[in-house]
Design a protein around this ligand. Structure first.
Ligand SMILES: C[S@@+](CC[C@H](N)C(=O)[O-])C[C@H]1O[C@@H](n2cnc3c(N)ncnc32)[C@H](O)[C@@H]1O
Length: 230
Protein backbone atom coordinates (compact mmCIF):
# COMPACT_ATOMS: atom_id res chain seq x y z
CA UNK A 1 0.00 0.00 0.00
CA UNK A 2 1.24 3.51 -0.82
CA UNK A 3 1.50 5.87 2.11
CA UNK A 4 -0.87 8.81 1.48
CA UNK A 5 1.61 11.50 2.45
CA UNK A 6 3.36 14.24 0.45
CA UNK A 7 3.82 12.68 -3.04
CA UNK A 8 0.57 10.74 -2.94
CA UNK A 9 -1.42 13.46 -4.72
CA UNK A 10 -0.50 14.97 -8.09
CA UNK A 11 0.84 18.55 -7.85
CA UNK A 12 -2.55 19.77 -9.15
CA UNK A 13 -4.61 17.87 -6.59
CA UNK A 14 -2.18 18.77 -3.77
CA UNK A 15 -2.56 22.46 -4.68
CA UNK A 16 -6.35 22.07 -4.66
CA UNK A 17 -6.19 20.34 -1.29
CA UNK A 18 -3.94 23.04 0.19
CA UNK A 19 -6.24 25.79 -1.03
CA UNK A 20 -9.34 24.00 0.29
CA UNK A 21 -8.03 23.62 3.85
CA UNK A 22 -5.77 26.72 3.92
CA UNK A 23 -6.60 29.24 6.65
CA UNK A 24 -9.13 26.96 8.38
CA UNK A 25 -8.19 25.82 11.88
CA UNK A 26 -11.17 23.72 12.98
CA UNK A 27 -10.95 20.85 10.50
CA UNK A 28 -11.80 18.08 12.98
CA UNK A 29 -15.33 19.45 13.31
CA UNK A 30 -15.82 19.72 9.56
CA UNK A 31 -16.41 17.26 6.72
CA UNK A 32 -14.59 17.22 3.42
CA UNK A 33 -16.85 16.49 0.46
CA UNK A 34 -15.21 15.50 -2.82
CA UNK A 35 -17.50 15.80 -5.84
CA UNK A 36 -16.21 13.77 -8.80
CA UNK A 37 -14.01 11.72 -6.48
CA UNK A 38 -12.92 9.09 -9.05
CA UNK A 39 -10.06 7.31 -7.18
CA UNK A 40 -10.93 8.83 -3.79
CA UNK A 41 -7.36 10.02 -3.20
CA UNK A 42 -8.21 13.55 -2.12
CA UNK A 43 -10.57 12.44 0.64
CA UNK A 44 -8.15 9.73 1.79
CA UNK A 45 -5.25 12.20 1.96
CA UNK A 46 -7.42 14.69 3.89
CA UNK A 47 -8.69 12.13 6.38
CA UNK A 48 -5.12 11.10 7.18
CA UNK A 49 -3.36 14.44 7.11
CA UNK A 50 -6.02 16.93 8.26
CA UNK A 51 -7.92 14.83 10.82
CA UNK A 52 -11.33 15.48 9.31
CA UNK A 53 -13.96 13.65 11.33
CA UNK A 54 -15.56 12.29 8.18
CA UNK A 55 -15.81 12.66 4.44
CA UNK A 56 -18.36 12.35 1.68
CA UNK A 57 -17.46 11.35 -1.86
CA UNK A 58 -19.68 11.52 -4.90
CA UNK A 59 -19.24 10.37 -8.46
CA UNK A 60 -21.78 10.30 -11.25
CA UNK A 61 -20.48 6.98 -12.59
CA UNK A 62 -20.69 3.65 -10.85
CA UNK A 63 -17.12 2.44 -11.57
CA UNK A 64 -15.34 5.48 -10.02
CA UNK A 65 -17.81 5.53 -7.11
CA UNK A 66 -16.87 1.88 -6.43
CA UNK A 67 -13.17 2.77 -6.82
CA UNK A 68 -13.54 5.53 -4.22
CA UNK A 69 -15.31 3.14 -1.85
CA UNK A 70 -12.56 0.53 -2.27
CA UNK A 71 -9.77 3.05 -1.63
CA UNK A 72 -11.32 4.28 1.60
CA UNK A 73 -12.14 0.75 2.75
CA UNK A 74 -8.61 -0.46 2.00
CA UNK A 75 -7.14 2.23 4.27
CA UNK A 76 -9.64 1.57 7.07
CA UNK A 77 -11.85 4.65 6.65
CA UNK A 78 -15.09 2.96 5.57
CA UNK A 79 -16.84 3.88 8.84
CA UNK A 80 -15.98 7.59 8.48
CA UNK A 81 -16.88 7.83 4.80
CA UNK A 82 -20.02 7.88 2.70
CA UNK A 83 -19.82 7.38 -1.05
CA UNK A 84 -22.71 8.34 -3.32
CA UNK A 85 -23.13 7.49 -6.98
CA UNK A 86 -24.95 10.68 -7.91
CA UNK A 87 -24.85 13.83 -10.04
CA UNK A 88 -22.97 16.47 -8.05
CA UNK A 89 -24.49 16.87 -4.61
CA UNK A 90 -27.94 15.50 -5.45
CA UNK A 91 -29.20 13.50 -2.47
CA UNK A 92 -26.34 14.62 -0.20
CA UNK A 93 -27.38 16.37 3.00
CA UNK A 94 -25.03 19.33 3.42
CA UNK A 95 -24.00 20.44 6.92
CA UNK A 96 -22.81 23.76 8.35
CA UNK A 97 -19.10 24.29 7.70
CA UNK A 98 -18.69 21.59 5.04
CA UNK A 99 -15.71 21.96 2.72
CA UNK A 100 -16.74 20.98 -0.81
CA UNK A 101 -14.10 20.28 -3.44
CA UNK A 102 -14.85 19.92 -7.13
CA UNK A 103 -11.68 19.19 -9.09
CA UNK A 104 -11.22 18.06 -12.67
CA UNK A 105 -14.83 18.72 -13.74
CA UNK A 106 -15.81 21.16 -16.47
CA UNK A 107 -16.94 24.66 -15.47
CA UNK A 108 -20.40 24.20 -16.99
CA UNK A 109 -20.86 20.97 -15.05
CA UNK A 110 -19.93 22.84 -11.84
CA UNK A 111 -22.43 25.61 -12.67
CA UNK A 112 -25.24 23.04 -12.99
CA UNK A 113 -24.26 21.42 -9.68
CA UNK A 114 -24.01 24.75 -7.84
CA UNK A 115 -27.31 26.03 -9.32
CA UNK A 116 -29.19 23.07 -7.91
CA UNK A 117 -27.57 23.49 -4.48
CA UNK A 118 -28.36 27.23 -4.33
CA UNK A 119 -32.00 26.50 -5.29
CA UNK A 120 -32.55 23.91 -2.59
CA UNK A 121 -30.50 25.04 0.43
CA UNK A 122 -31.11 27.79 3.00
CA UNK A 123 -28.86 30.89 2.67
CA UNK A 124 -27.50 30.42 6.22
CA UNK A 125 -26.19 26.96 5.36
CA UNK A 126 -24.85 28.12 1.99
CA UNK A 127 -22.93 30.97 3.67
CA UNK A 128 -21.13 28.51 5.98
CA UNK A 129 -19.78 26.26 3.22
CA UNK A 130 -16.27 26.59 1.77
CA UNK A 131 -16.06 25.67 -1.92
CA UNK A 132 -12.83 24.84 -3.71
CA UNK A 133 -13.28 24.63 -7.48
CA UNK A 134 -10.72 23.53 -10.07
CA UNK A 135 -12.44 23.66 -13.46
CA UNK A 136 -10.76 21.81 -16.36
CA UNK A 137 -12.32 24.28 -18.79
CA UNK A 138 -14.79 27.20 -19.02
CA UNK A 139 -13.35 28.97 -15.95
CA UNK A 140 -14.62 32.27 -17.47
CA UNK A 141 -18.22 31.02 -17.60
CA UNK A 142 -17.90 29.64 -14.07
CA UNK A 143 -16.62 33.01 -12.75
CA UNK A 144 -19.48 34.85 -14.45
CA UNK A 145 -21.96 32.51 -12.76
CA UNK A 146 -20.23 33.00 -9.39
CA UNK A 147 -20.25 36.82 -9.66
CA UNK A 148 -23.90 36.92 -10.79
CA UNK A 149 -25.17 34.39 -8.24
CA UNK A 150 -23.47 35.91 -5.19
CA UNK A 151 -20.35 33.82 -4.62
CA UNK A 152 -17.20 35.73 -3.63
CA UNK A 153 -13.89 34.47 -5.03
CA UNK A 154 -11.81 34.69 -1.84
CA UNK A 155 -8.71 33.00 -3.22
CA UNK A 156 -7.50 31.90 -6.61
CA UNK A 157 -4.26 30.47 -7.94
CA UNK A 158 -2.70 28.54 -10.80
CA UNK A 159 -0.38 25.57 -10.78
CA UNK A 160 1.64 23.72 -13.39
CA UNK A 161 1.44 19.96 -13.50
CA UNK A 162 3.20 17.97 -16.24
CA UNK A 163 3.28 20.91 -18.65
CA UNK A 164 -0.35 21.97 -18.18
CA UNK A 165 -1.61 24.92 -16.16
CA UNK A 166 -4.63 24.56 -13.91
CA UNK A 167 -6.62 27.30 -12.21
CA UNK A 168 -8.35 26.82 -8.86
CA UNK A 169 -10.51 29.06 -6.74
CA UNK A 170 -11.89 29.15 -3.22
CA UNK A 171 -15.35 30.67 -3.07
CA UNK A 172 -17.92 31.54 -0.41
CA UNK A 173 -21.61 32.28 -0.91
CA UNK A 174 -22.88 35.70 0.14
CA UNK A 175 -26.07 35.84 -1.93
CA UNK A 176 -25.04 39.32 -3.09
CA UNK A 177 -24.17 39.46 -6.80
CA UNK A 178 -21.10 41.50 -7.66
CA UNK A 179 -20.07 43.62 -10.61
CA UNK A 180 -17.13 42.36 -12.63
CA UNK A 181 -14.89 43.43 -15.46
CA UNK A 182 -14.23 41.22 -18.48
CA UNK A 183 -10.58 40.94 -17.37
CA UNK A 184 -11.79 39.59 -14.00
CA UNK A 185 -14.05 37.11 -15.78
CA UNK A 186 -11.32 35.77 -18.09
CA UNK A 187 -8.18 36.02 -15.93
CA UNK A 188 -9.75 35.89 -12.45
CA UNK A 189 -9.85 38.71 -9.87
CA UNK A 190 -7.27 37.21 -7.49
CA UNK A 191 -5.10 35.92 -10.35
CA UNK A 192 -4.92 39.51 -11.65
CA UNK A 193 -3.67 40.67 -8.24
CA UNK A 194 -1.10 37.86 -8.18
CA UNK A 195 0.03 38.83 -11.70
CA UNK A 196 0.46 42.44 -10.53
CA UNK A 197 2.57 41.14 -7.63
CA UNK A 198 4.75 39.19 -10.09
CA UNK A 199 4.10 35.72 -8.60
CA UNK A 200 5.96 33.24 -10.89
CA UNK A 201 3.33 30.47 -11.09
CA UNK A 202 0.65 32.89 -12.31
CA UNK A 203 2.99 34.61 -14.78
CA UNK A 204 3.41 31.32 -16.67
CA UNK A 205 -0.36 30.80 -16.58
CA UNK A 206 -0.94 34.37 -17.82
CA UNK A 207 1.39 33.74 -20.77
CA UNK A 208 -0.70 30.71 -21.83
CA UNK A 209 -3.95 32.67 -21.43
CA UNK A 210 -2.54 35.64 -23.39
CA UNK A 211 -1.69 33.33 -26.28
CA UNK A 212 -5.11 31.67 -26.20
CA UNK A 213 -7.00 34.99 -26.10
CA UNK A 214 -4.83 36.46 -28.86
CA UNK A 215 -5.82 33.51 -31.06
CA UNK A 216 -9.55 33.69 -30.26
CA UNK A 217 -10.02 37.46 -30.43
CA UNK A 218 -10.83 37.51 -34.16
CA UNK A 219 -13.81 35.21 -33.81
CA UNK A 220 -14.90 36.30 -30.34
CA UNK A 221 -16.18 39.83 -29.86
CA UNK A 222 -16.20 39.61 -26.03
CA UNK A 223 -12.57 38.49 -25.88
CA UNK A 224 -11.64 41.33 -28.24
CA UNK A 225 -13.37 43.82 -25.91
CA UNK A 226 -11.72 42.19 -22.88
CA UNK A 227 -8.25 42.66 -24.40
CA UNK A 228 -9.03 46.32 -25.01
CA UNK A 229 -10.04 46.89 -21.37
CA UNK A 230 -7.50 48.85 -19.34
C1 LIG B 1 -11.29 13.91 -14.46
S1 LIG B 1 -11.95 13.06 -13.08
C2 LIG B 1 -11.30 14.03 -11.75
C3 LIG B 1 -11.07 13.18 -10.53
C4 LIG B 1 -10.53 13.96 -9.32
N1 LIG B 1 -11.51 14.85 -8.80
C5 LIG B 1 -9.27 14.70 -9.70
O1 LIG B 1 -9.33 15.93 -9.77
O2 LIG B 1 -8.25 14.04 -9.92
C6 LIG B 1 -13.64 13.56 -13.09
C7 LIG B 1 -14.53 12.66 -12.25
O3 LIG B 1 -15.73 13.36 -12.02
C8 LIG B 1 -16.84 12.50 -12.27
N2 LIG B 1 -17.97 13.40 -12.61
C9 LIG B 1 -18.17 14.07 -13.77
N3 LIG B 1 -19.30 14.80 -13.68
C10 LIG B 1 -19.81 14.59 -12.45
C11 LIG B 1 -20.97 15.06 -11.77
N4 LIG B 1 -21.83 15.88 -12.35
N5 LIG B 1 -21.19 14.63 -10.50
C12 LIG B 1 -20.33 13.77 -9.90
N6 LIG B 1 -19.23 13.28 -10.50
C13 LIG B 1 -18.96 13.70 -11.76
C14 LIG B 1 -16.36 11.57 -13.36
O4 LIG B 1 -17.09 10.36 -13.38
C15 LIG B 1 -14.90 11.37 -12.96
O5 LIG B 1 -14.73 10.29 -12.08
Amino acid sequence: MISPTEEFLSPRLKAVHDMAVGGLDDLTSRRIIDVGSDHGHLALYSLINDNFSSSVLTDIHEAPAKRSEQTLRMYGFADRTKVYCTDGLDGVELKMGDIVVMAGLGGNNMIDILKRVVEREEPELLRSIVWCLQPQKSSDKLRQFLFETGFDIVDENACEDRGFYYVMMKVMYTGVPSEFTLKQKYYGPVILRRIAAGEPQVLGYKERLDMRFELSKRGDEEIRRMLEEV
